[in-house]
Design a protein around this ligand. Sequence first.
Ligand SMILES: Nc1ncnc2c1ncn2[C@@H]1O[C@H](COP(=O)(O)OS(=O)(=O)O)[C@@H](OP(=O)(O)O)[C@H]1O
Ligand SMILES: [Mg+2]
Ligand SMILES: [Mg+2]
Ligand SMILES: [Mg+2]
Length: 412
Amino acid sequence: MEKEKYSDELNVAVRVVHMACGLCQKVQKGLLGNALDDDEVKSKDDDSLVTIAVTLTVVVYAGASNVGLVSTIQLVCGHTIYCDWSVQATVSWILSNTFGSENVSIVAEEDVQTLSKPESAGLLGKVVSTVNECLAQASRYGLKGPDKTLGPSEILEAISRCNSNGGPLGRHWVLDPVDGTLGFVRGGQYAVALALIDNAEVVVGVLGCPNYHMKRDRHNKQQQNHISSEVSVPSPDMLEEGCVMYSKKGTGEAWVQPTVYGDSIYEWPNFAKQVRVSPIVDPALATFCEPVERANSNHSFAAGLASSVGLRNKPLRVYSMVKYAAIAQGDAEIFMKFARAGYKEKIWDHAAGVLIVQEAGGVVTDAGGRSLDFSKGIYLESLDRGIVACSGTKLHEKLIGAVYASWESSSL
Ligand SMILES: Nc1ncnc2c1ncn2[C@@H]1O[C@H](COP(=O)(O)OS(=O)(=O)O)[C@@H](OP(=O)(O)O)[C@H]1O
Ligand SMILES: [Mg+2]
Ligand SMILES: [Mg+2]
Ligand SMILES: [Mg+2]
């Protein structure tokens, strides 16, 4: 692939995901209010994950009447939904405005059905003001925002323009405006995921992880800037909590930047640091991550595989595509997801993360060892049982072998 191919797309995608992370962080802060103090924010010993320890649910239950509980739950749902729509509108508007709406096909998670109803006027008002506030920051990221404030119909139009079904031919942007909804409302991990698919191949992947920090590395010699010619590199001790990870197909490289919004010490133009998967090949030293909710992945099947290949560490349960980011920067070696039979995985839940892990040196396949097929529309059709992402081929082969063996023995 020529070096410059998809550079403009990557450039814009990284910037708009940075903007969207700022939007989400503001909404999440509003959602959690002032209930969380600094000492409630826990860092793991290895500094790999930052997790807010007190979930919103606990905050709600502590001293709420049933009426209060119901209204708080409604508030939580409202916040989540308006954040998703706001990000989708923002990304859609920027992509269409930059590349021309006639050239842009976007496959995204949200639609405008609920938002267009008369009873959703209040919610729509919030989305409109949130999007305009975010787009007003566009120039800070080197992007062009609208000349005047967008009205409700323009915002609805931007959201509903993301109604492409993708497919095997041509270019399609793929967007999950907020992935890991539960993580978002619980003050934990979530991601903004944007990818570009060209003729069924993921060619650009960007993962915004507002609560996940880049690996601290005092002696990193590979700080570079792909997004701008100027760059400011502050002291590595002062790293903020959020990051944006990105990659372009065929480069063999994946990069991470700290987020720049809010109180961040960073400013655009931002610096970038290369990420690489973990070198660990011994299963006894490896860590696997998986979805938090049992409803989303079969924890006991994953535990069986883990023990049969000799994994000893406890699983790292993390919301959202941050799991792919964790593999890409070497915080964990394996990600497994085995949804219940009948559930069909959607392309926006994986496209960006898969490319980033692969370009950072990892391997991602279905549980039968086949590549994921992004050519069949919004679903990963014919996915064999689940997804297995590893930091390298040795661990991957062991896990796929274990899936095969467990299947054989269960069908005896
Ligand atoms: N039943 C079922 N099985 C498997 N997967 C499902 C299921 N239902 C939903 N989803 C999709 O999973 C996305 C969230 O995945 P996570 O890894 O964050 O799950 S978890 O909350 O940590 O358990 C989630 O993405 P978001 O909706 O963007 O949060 C869904 O697309
Ligand atoms: Mg999702
Ligand atoms: Mg989502
Ligand atoms: Mg969802």
